[in-house]
Design a protein around this ligand. Sequence first.
Ligand code: FAD
Length: 475
Amino acid sequence: MNVSVVLFTADLRLHDHQPLRAALESAPEVVPLFVRDPAVDRAGFSAPNRLAFLADCLTDLDAGLRERGGRLVVRHGDPVAEVCAVAREADADEVHMAAGCSGFARERERRLRHALESDGRRLYVHDGVVTVLPAGEVTPGASDHFALFTPYYRRWSAEPPRSPVAAPGSVPVPQGVRSDELPSRAAVAAVSEGLALGGEREGRRLLTAWMSRHVDAYRERHDDLAGDVTSRLSPHLHFGTVSATEVVHRARSRGGAGAEAFVRQVCWRDFHHQLLSARPDTATKDYRPRDDRWRHGKQAEADLRAWKEGRTGYPVVDAAMRQLAHEGWMHNRGRLLAASFLTKTIYLDWRDGARHFLDLLVDGDVANNQLNWQWVAGTGTDTRPNRVLNPVLQGKKYDPIGAYVRRWLPELADLEPPLIHEPWKLSAADRSSRGYPDPIVTLADGLARFRRARGQDQAVQGTSQTGKRRTTDAC
Ligand code: FAD
């Protein structure tokens, strides 16, 4: 056999890439291929921030391949039709790709396998490229997936991850395979001003710099909103410009409590992927329905708009939403606060919040976004589904000197704590001169509405009908 095709999807790198390794072992020449699928645009998943980051990643992948004597072939169209066409043009017998976890990815694999086999060719799908452990590799026995994180983390940690594979020294690509133009970031409109740079080189630089500077303090400082010392690797993990397996290897070989706390966070990513893989419907449906009757109507629409614009009147929530708009990225503590505020304090459907996040997040991904939203909304895997985060207490705790709020809300930049977290306590004249809104709802009203909606209002008096004390946590 002379040629193999490697289809790149969510694995836009040369280091630790088993499909590329396998293709090079089975044939002297390979066609590295990326197919830009218009179905992703039609499904509303092509947010400008991700398209711009993707353009960086493809440009960098092409540059890395050229350094190794090859190049990237890019095609636009249905991936099944395009892969078959490229395989025919190059006379390739095999196609290699990474396994995906979403229903969309699995259906693409199924169609591709069928089409290639009808053409006398073979598809090899490699596990453990996108995640550390393949989805479904560990199960609790009675079920096809883990529904709780802690037991999953225990099992996941007991499985030795495979060793990362080195980047190939050379990648010979046959002549004459047509490629469309590489996309460019400059051609993408409506990109967030502060969007990070994509590409494997940048991902590896970030990983190395962050490991040497911040990982040791990760356990103590990961919730520090203004400190901003989490890794910011999420877009690179989403596009696969860094390998999750390599990230875990590097953290574990460094050792220490900070590194392990970080590895635990990476495990959340695998956890959500194994759940989505087993239950693809959770991308849109409640994992654990709570009989919610989310608010609708004019006031609900106005509240959603205020939340999106960062004008709820709760500074830490608004700061987080403005960070999202400016960078296409948000700190994890900000995501928790913004999502709790939407689903609990103003009691709007988590799908509306998740949609807005997906429209902006550079790391926006179905498994992590939808299942984290469900976790916060209490329809997912959280064992305390009715906990409500209090944005004032959380602001004081995770932004104690108000530096995060000051960074994103110029209207409040001259304030100090505690007023910076409670600007409604300023005089009416001061408030109106700043142009910063009063709260769209009081926390007490929001909490009472949520308790009623979840049938928790009795808990305020004491016990539920079953005699068990039922409470809505507010923290
Ligand atoms: P670090 O703290 O450095 O963590 C390292 C890596 O671990 C991250 O890059 C990420 O891949 C993974 N990770 C960390 N926390 C989580 C988590 N809770 N769930 C899954 N993986 C995690 N993450 C996304 O990658 N894409 C999303 O679309 C996304 N949407 C979210 C929506 C909501 C409502 C919430 C609460 C969280 C969401 N997260 C999402 C998870 C988390 O907020 C981000 O992964 C994290 O903030 C990225 O920053 P970092 O790379 O600096 O993380």
